[in-house]
Design a protein around this ligand. Structure first.
Ligand code: FAD
Length: 443
């Protein structure tokens, strides 16, 4: 039985494995997924997790629960020697070991791409993983708690109540809008804090935001954010964030305790430790049928790639530089196409090219606020937000997870979002340790 090794169980990897489970005949192949996280993360829900509108666990799909015929290994693939068909797997505890495979599927996704700006590596946080979203939510709540006990005008109070997002792409605009909405809700619960005291800044180097929507829709969003007390600094660069002291290219300076970096992604750096071919941006080179190809355009046998980690040609003509943009719309569909193509080659049939025309864009910009774009039709407001929730509620994989997310929204509709900070989980033994009896020192 051929052994298929899937590196990464996110969007593309999860869908590949899920569909393989359904489509492979008995005894046709053995599938293993290796991922350091035991779950697939529904990343479009991270902004709503950060704003307390979705329970963090509900936006995760546990691999062992939903991939019942696949072997799951919770560890990272740290090396691939495709010539020898061996991958090195490194667990959190214990020694690394080698797995041999017949076919490899690389779906290791992307990581936040940063620039060497002072302070960013030490002070900022990304918005790619669930723990980052949880941290942002808890920090915002804790900052409100702490600021409320300080006198007005205290510089620390101002710093605690200043929130910065860097990057005006989809992820940045969504997290910014959700946090603004969250902060407005919190102001109504904290009698000690006024709306005007809570400061928001989004920093974007380009002259516009959200390239996925039309310029008109993007400009509308900028104007609406300004009205909501969430200015967007266009054509502005972050010069320094050292010690939380923000310096902008416009000369403006202020301090912030929460800096969220969303200015781009890059293919998983794990690829650097493989003999698989990559292009100048570090992505795996694949052809339109998702088989890996080398620099001469020849197929690399038994190697496949999909999702953010791969440079997949966009045959619809909508791609940037001719390649699919890194988004879930593509990753899901590529995962599905990859599983079909892989099975076709196992059965001696021809794989088909991946083709997907962008289905439009929906963004959540805070509770009851959204943006929608499909072709020339673009609008913002309540119905766009409804489209966002409707689309993502249904796109969440598995009925079990959809039910958890949607019932959470219904509960929130009646009782509001949960505003309890769980930051204390970072020091879970503190209380126990404080009162624990210790042996008396020997006389
Ligand atoms: C805040 C936010 C909002 C977004 N909103 C949207 C949206 O509204 N619409 C949309 O279409 N897209 C959206 N996206 C983009 C979308 O989520 C990504 O494009 C998509 O997740 C890419 O899928 P993937 O399978 O390539 O990577 P991922 O889903 O990131 O999965 C990669 C997996 O590989 C694993 N991995 C990494 N390294 C290794 C290794 N060495 N060994 C083994 N496993 C490894 C990771 O743990 C992860 O589970 C959003 C992204 C973010 C961050």
């Amino acid at each position: 039985m051929p052994k298929i090794l899937i590196v990464g169980g996110g969007y593309a990897g999860f869908y590949t494995a899920w569909k393989l489970e359904k489509q492979l005949g008995k005894g046709e192949a053995e599938v293993t997924v290796v991922d350091p996280r035991p779950y697939m993360t529904y990343q479009p829900f991270l902004p709503e997790i950060a704003a307390g509108s979705i329970d963090p666990r509900h936006a995760l799909v546990p691999l062992r629960e939903h991939l019942t015929k696949t072997e799951i290994i919770t560890a990272a693939v740290t090396k691939i020697d495709h010539a020898a068909k061996v991958a090195t797997v490194t667990p959190v505890v214990g020694e690394p070991w080698d797995i041999s495979y017949d076919i490899i599927v690389v779906t290791a996704g992307s990581v936040s791409r940063t620039f060497p700006i002072p302070g960013v590596a030490d002070e900022a946080i990304g918005m790619k993983n669930v723990e980052e979203a949880i941290y942002v939510r808890d920090t915002m709540l804790t900052n409100f708690d702490e600021a409320a006990t300080l006198p007005k005008g205290d510089p620390l109070r101002e710093r605690l109540l200043t929130f910065v997002v860097v990057g005006g792409g989809f992820a940045g605009i969504e997290i910014y809008g959700e946090l603004r909405s969250f902060a407005s809700h919190l102001v109504s619960k904290y009698s000690q804090i006024d709306f005007d005291e809570v400061k928001f800044h989004l920093i974007e180097a380009m002259g516009r935001i959200m390239p996925e929507v039309s310029l008109k829709t993007a400009q509308k969003v900028v104007a609406q954010y300004a009205e909501r007390g969430a200015p967007i600094h266009l054509e502005t660069q972050l010069v320094s964030a050292a010690d939380g002291k923000i310096e902008l290219s416009t000369g403006e300076t202020f301090e912030s305790d929460l800096i969220i970096w969303t200015a781009g992604v890059m293919a998983s750096p794990m690829l650097r430790n493989t003999d698989l071919p990559t292009e100048e941006r570090g992505r795996l080179t694949v052809q339109a049928d998702l088989r890996v190809k080398d620099a001469d355009g020849n197929v690399v046998p038994d190697a496949w790639g999909a999702g953010d980690v791969s440079a997949v040609p966009d045959l619809s003509g909508f791609g940037v530089g001719g390649f699919c943009v890194p988004n879930a719309q593509h990753a899901v569909r590529q995962g599905k196409r990859l599983s079909k193509n892989l099975i076709a080659t196992l059965r001696g049939e021809e794989p088909k090219d991946y083709f997907h025309k962008p289905a439009g864009a929906v963004a959540g910009l805070g509770l009851y606020k959204g943006a929608f774009q499909k072709g020339k039709l673009g609008f913002t407001g309540f119905f766009a937000w409804l489209a966002h929730r409707g689309y993502h509620g249904l796109a969440m994989p598995t009925w079990e997870r959809k039910a958890r997310v949607i019932t959470g929204w219904i509960v929130n509709f009646f009782w509001g979002r949960d505003i309890t900070s769980m930051e204390a989980v970072l020091t879970p033994r503190a209380s126990f340790e404080q009162y624990a009896s210790r042996p008396k020192p020997k006389a």
